[in-house]
Every structure is written in structure tokens, then in C-alpha cells.
Design a protein around this ligand. Structure first.
Ligand code: URA
Length: 413
């Protein structure tokens, strides 16, 4: 192991067999955390070649239970690299399933400032996010979709390595992030993936070059495993939806799925991701198909069916309410909203929701809006007093900011 660390430190690429044996030895306890942390830091510093990312992905993917869909139609999955107010999975998964395409989404919990889809769904009374892999696959085949958490026996090497990277400052590494994401996708057994790589101040990838590089690596490595893949690089310079929290994000997703007046950013990106998923399994006219599924209410009915299959019900979903205590955050000056700090809002929302699942933040403004002194910028729901912290996360200046596209880049199919 020492030799491998030294070679990586000096910028060499390690062979596939070396990666396999490092991961196996780490899981068996023959490589300790100090050595693994040194190797991770050398990777973060020197980078990983595509062949190394593929080998590390494979070694981690087979470190625990894996899922394989033997018969039946292809299964598609989507992945977000982590954002704030990101309700795309809650919308796109049932939309795609309502078009008779099977979707199996194994989801992570909240990571740092970013929200976790399972944490959101578990705000629905009775909803069971922890399914065994076999129950998960059965549900995908029976009703067309499932969203469940990754069990402890699923890709344990990534869990162990991610915790170590988090403790030692080695999370921001494109190669390690790519193999971490892909190991879970490959082990999850879907035939095709859409990767939504977030880019901007509220994301792990701060600029479009870094996000585009990650998007291209994710697609190339997924294809090396014989899977179909597409990636989008999308804006996270401000939260995607208007709501940040757990139950409060489910409420916003339902508003979109029911076709009620919704924030266009979350709806448009969800439609885009859903269309990319449909396209990957050969559905013609995917954009129009996704839109029809939304407008007809079929996506919402499929969402209800999934919630019911996992222990919740329509009443539990429709009785989701935000916390009764609320506090307005108001502009202390007039001007243009130039930025909305997703990292600060994401952390604040996670703290708010630790004890109160119906707490959260609802943003009233978008970057580029003009506000007068005293206008409401956001509403904070919950027992904790967070208004001052939220106020400082929404910046107001004299000049308007430049406009940013919602989608920067999409890889070819
Ligand atoms: N998401 C993951 O699953 N892994 C990383 O390393 C970063 C984001």
C-alpha cells in the first residue's frame, strides 16, 4: 500500500488490479484509515485517469450487495450531484414512470448543505424509505417506480471512503466524486442514467468547467460499464425551487405535479430531466411526452401510487403542512437581489428540520428581482429564530446581476 500511495503522490496512474486490491484490503481492515486518507488526498491533488476511475468504481460497486434486473423492460435512474431546494427527483421519477418506463432510484440522505430525497419523503407520515433491495426491485417492476435509501450493505466501500474523505478534506476531487457517484449507480443495476450535475455557489462544483468535466467523466465511465447515459450541467447559483427543507419541499413538488402555479425553474428542469430519461430508453418526442404526463395529472397519480406502495397515503401527503410558527425576512434596503446563498440556506434548513420535519424556508425572491426596503424576501417556518441568518444570505445591491441559464450544457445521447 505504501508503494501505491507514493506512486499516486508522484502523479502516476495505478493499474486496475491495484485499485481492486486496495479497496478489498481496506474493507478487510488490512489497509488502515491513515493510509487510505493519504491515498485519497494524493488522488485529490494529482487527479485520476479515466481507467483508474473505472477501476475504483468497479471495486467499490462490488463491495456489498448489488442489484440486477434480469427480465422486463429497461430501468432508468437519475442522479443529482447535490443541490439546494432540488425537488427534481420527486417530480421526474413519477412523471417518467407514468409514461410506462420503469424507474428505480436509490437515493442518498442529506450531505453537507444539500438535501436528501429520502429525508424529504420521510416527512410524509408512514412513508418507508428503507426497503430491502429485493423489495425495491419488486416495487419498480410492479408499479413502475420506487425511491428508497441505500442500505448499509449497499456499496459499503463508498460509505467508508466518503466518511474518511469528509473528515480529511478530500471530498472535492472530480475523480473521487465520479467514482463515488458511479459505484452506487452501477451497483443499483439500472440500464440507463441521467446525471444532473449542479454548478454554482450552492453546488460541489463551483464553475461550469469543473461541472462539465465531471459530467463528461460520468457519461464516459457509465458507458464503459455498458450503460446508456446522458448528463446535464445545471445552475445552482441560487436554490432550484422556492422551498428548502424536507416536508416543505414535498409540498412544492406536489404543487408542480398537480399543475398548480409553480416556480418555473423547478418545473422546467424536472421536465428536462424527465425527457432525457425517456429519450435514453428510446421514447420518441420525449419533451412532449413528459409535458403531457405532467399536464394530464398522470405524474401526480403515479407519485401517490408510489407513496402508497411505501406506506404513506393520500391523506398523509395532502395533510402535510408547514410549521405554524413563521417569521418574515424583510429587505433592509432597496435594490436588486444579486445572489441567494444556497450553502447558508441549506445549512440553516437542515438545522431547522432536525427536530421539526415541517420546518423550512420559503424564498419569495429570485436573483435579478428588484425589491423595496421592507419587502418580504423569505419566510422561515419553525420554532428557531433564523431570520437574521437568512437575511444575510440574500444579497441586495444597486445593479442587477447578469442572467444565468438554467441549463448550461447537455451531453449527447
Ligand atoms: N455525491 C456523492 O455521492 N459522492 C461524492 O463524493 C460527492 C457527492
Amino acid at each position: 500500500m505504501r508503494r501505491a500511495i507514493e506512486r499516486k503522490r508522484d502523479g502516476e496512474a495505478l493499474e486496475a488490479g491495484t485499485w481492486e486490491s486496495i479497496v478489498a484490503s481496506y474493507m478487510a481492515g488490512h489497509v488502515d484509515d491513515a493510509q487510505m486518507a493519504a491515498l485519497a488526498m494524493a488522488c485529490a491533488w494529482r487527479g485520476l485517469e479515466l481507467g483508474e476511475i473505472t477501476a475504483l468504481t468497479h471495486a467499490m460497486a462490488i463491495s456489498g450487495e448489488t442489484l440486477k434486473y434480469d427480465d422486463g423492460p429497461d430501468v432508468v435512474d437519475k442522479h443529482s450531484s447535490g443541490g439546494v431546494g432540488d425537488i427534481v427527483s420527486l417530480i421526474a421519477v413519477p412523471l417518467v414512470a407514468s409514461c410506462d418506463v420503469h424507474v428505480g432510484k436509490l437515493s442518498g440522505r442529506a450531505l453537507g448543505h444539500t438535501g436528501g430525497t429520502i429525508d424529504k419523503l420521510e416527512a410524509i407520515e408512514g412513508f418507508e424509505g428503507a426497503l430491502s433491495l429485493s423489495a425495491f426491485a419488486r416495487q419498480v417492476r410492479r408499479i413502475g417506480c420506487a425511491i428508497a435509501t441505500q442500505t448499509d450493505t449497499f456499496v459499503p466501500a463508498d460509505k467508508q471512503l466518503y466518511r474518511l474523505r469528509d473528515r480529511t478534506g478530500a471530498v472535492p476531487s472530480t475523480g473521487l466524486i465520479a467514482s463515488s457517484i458511479l459505484s452506487k449507480k452501477i451497483a443499483g443495476g439500472a440500464h440507463a442514467f441521467v446525471f444532473d450535475v449542479k454548478c454554482g455557489d450552492g453546488a460541489f462544483m463551483r464553475d461550469t468547467d469543473a461541472a462539465t468535466e465531471l459530467a463528461q467523466i460520468l457519461v464516459e465511465v457509465a458507458r464503459a460499464f455498458g450503460r446508456r447515459a446522458q448528463a446535464l450541467v445545471t445552475d445552482m447559483s441560487e436554490p432550484l425551487g422556492r422551498s428548502i427543507g424536507t416536508g416543505i419541499e414535498v409540498i412544492e413538488a406536489c404543487i408542480v405535479l398537480r399543475g398548480e402555479t409553480a416556480d418555473p425553474r423547478a418545473r422546467d428542469l424536472s421536465l428536462h430531466v424527465a425527457a432525457a430519461m425517456l429519450e435514453l430508453v428510446g421514447i420518441a418526442d420525449a419533451q412532449a411526452t413528459a409535458r403531457r404526463a405532467l399536464e394530464s395529472g398522470r405524474g401526480y397519480e403515479k407519485f401517490l401510487e408510489m407513496v402508497r406502495a411505501q406506506g404513506g397515503d393520500r391523506r398523509a401527503l395532502e395533510s402535510l403542512k408547514v410549521h405554524e410558527r413563521s417569521e418574515s425576512v424583510r429587505a433592509t434596503r432597496a435594490g436588486y437581489v444579486t445572489s441567494i446563498d444556497g450553502v447558508a440556506l441549506g445549512h440553516a434548513a437542515r438545522e431547522l428540520t432536525v427536530h421539526e420535519r415541517n420546518a423550512g424556508i420559503r424564498i419569495r425572491v429570485r436573483a435579478g428581482d428588484y425589491v423595496s426596503k421592507g419587502d418580504e424576501l423569505a419566510v422561515v417556518y419553525g420554532a428557531r429564530a433564523e431570520a437574521a441568518r437568512i437575511e444575510s444570505a440574500i444579497r441586495i445591491e444597486d445593479d442587477p446581476p447578469g442572467s444565468r441559464p438554467l441549463i448550461y450544457f447537455g451531453t449527447a445521447r
